[in-house]
Design a protein around this ligand. Sequence first.
Ligand code: F6P
Length: 323
Amino acid sequence: MKRIAVLTSGGDAPGMNAGIRAVVRTAIFHGLEVVGVRRGYDGLIDGDFFSMESNSVSDIIQRGGTMLKTSRSERFKTREGMLDAKRKVNEAGIEGLVIIGGDGTFKGAKEFSEISGIHSMGIPGTIDNDLFGTDYTIGYDTALNTVIEAVDKIRDTASSHHRLFFVEVMGRDAGFIALTSGIASGAEDILIPESKTKIDDLIKRLDTGRKRDKSSFIIIVAEGDIAGGAFEIARQVKEKYDYFDTRVTVIGHMQRGGNPTCSDRVLASRLGVAATEGLIGGRKNEMAGIVDNKIIFTPFAQTRKHLVNVDEGLLKMAQMLSS
Ligand code: F6P
């Protein structure tokens, strides 16, 4: 193997740059040439490539976003798009890819390898932490810290006014951000898609808190909760229990930005090295992950998010501690 390419795909996540840096420098260390692909799979289809040197990744380990840019490519979901990408990759003499993204990214890479014979190694990069085969994804820790900083601020105003706040956090179909940030911020309740939200139970818990004269109430709502987003749940609560002065905050894309935390930088560096050395060593179509602080490799087909379980015991613990 002489030349590999690196790209980022799907939603950006803080720490992706640290991952790119690790891939580029590991490949160069092992005598390979590295090509950067701009804009994820869209750039692969368009041949939006540039040669990367060691200096190309200077001064990026601390930066959020992705220097390679990213996309959620619709074209790459089609056979034509994949065949165009295959042509571009072959013309550029690229023999393997290192891709940083979430489960949609890995699904695309698996199909691409079947159509084109061009193999990839993956690095889990998503704030949602919803991939099987790793305890943590790159960007999750930074997003959590962004959330708790915001919720701590909301707590100040909530307790000054004796208000009830519903705070919506990201995590398309997964409650990891909600659950962990909820524990860390002492939220009065945490609503996640993995556990059925019962409005009556929520109201009971609010009423118990009210009777013991709590000064504020913060309910963290995962955006994918089946009862609806934070605005909808606030509406349903108000309809049945109109005691509190209520406000809703959606933290939104702020959760995807910012300088990566120390943990995310180290995680991205370790996984970047592992995926690149794996590719060089003949591994293909697997994601590098960290489980119990050890690097493991999981076939793309098994990284799917539905295999990851949220620890329901933690939810009960959070409710007990904030009651
Ligand atoms: O997958 C990461 C994520 O931030 C999810 O938490 C969220 O649902 C989604 O991306 C938002 O995507 P977009 O930035 O395309 O609106």
